[in-house]
Design a protein around this ligand. Sequence first.
Ligand code: SF4
Length: 304
Amino acid sequence: MADATRTTATAEPPATTDPAQDAVPVRRPALSPSRASDFKQCPLLYRFRAVDRLPEVPTKAQVRGTLVHSVLERLFALPREQRLPERAKELLEPVWTELASDCPEWTDLFEGDDDGEVESWLRSAGELVDAYFGLEDPRRLEPEACELHVETELSSGVLLRGYIDRLDVAPTGEIRVVDYKTGAAPRQIGEAKAMFQMKFYAVVLWRLRGVVPRQLKLMYLTDGQALAYTPDEAELVRFERTLEAIWQAILKAGRTGDFRPNPSKLCGWCSHQARCPSFGGTPPEYPGWPEPDPGEESVLDRAD
Ligand code: SF4
């Protein structure tokens, strides 16, 4: 996959126009891998995130994931010979300053901490960067795109949308989808979810480019391991049907407001236990189906 030409950076999401709103750009409701995965795990979790849009306080590990993803994106913007571990780690502090200025609420996570805490958090981000270099040499790669926005409509009318961490395209046209995993959750718990996300991207790319990706590669930076998978067309056809069924189930629940809790061991990572009937809570009154866009992914979704 080396030596492909870098042609695209992040693409801007397209917008449609609703004439009833004086040409204000409106994005159609779409399915993203994070929200599809939420609905599969627990319809009520989907509702809290996509319909009620309840705020969630990120953890330091999530913000560190965003930081490391941004650093790796910047790394590939450097000339090849500069893509070295020390240079990548030099990017951590300035990129964190930028993120903190874009999302000042993230700095609240460190309120009351002394400088040593922030330094040790940055050092732990540096360890993830080192783990990345243990898996591959970025000087030998020229990705086609990093943090690539992709969107496609299936023949059934379901709109799929998401962000791909990195897309490598070989001179022969073979596509590799790469996703960096930096989350603190045990790998076994996240693996099925991660593979669901990768197949989602494989379907989108297959429909956009007419080529089934040759490889879906997950790079786990917390334990320095990689997992590669080769999808086939029949599997993607089946997966497309699964996505269509999930979207129909979401629309049905959206019409009725019937989003049921589905407790599992993943509840330990849910920020909404206090409002969940499975934990003795009461959800807020159903606000109705959001238009136009319940499929949006947050920057934290993109850096799990
Ligand atoms: S606590 Fe569990 S069951 Fe309740 S909303 Fe969260 S994920 Fe769903």
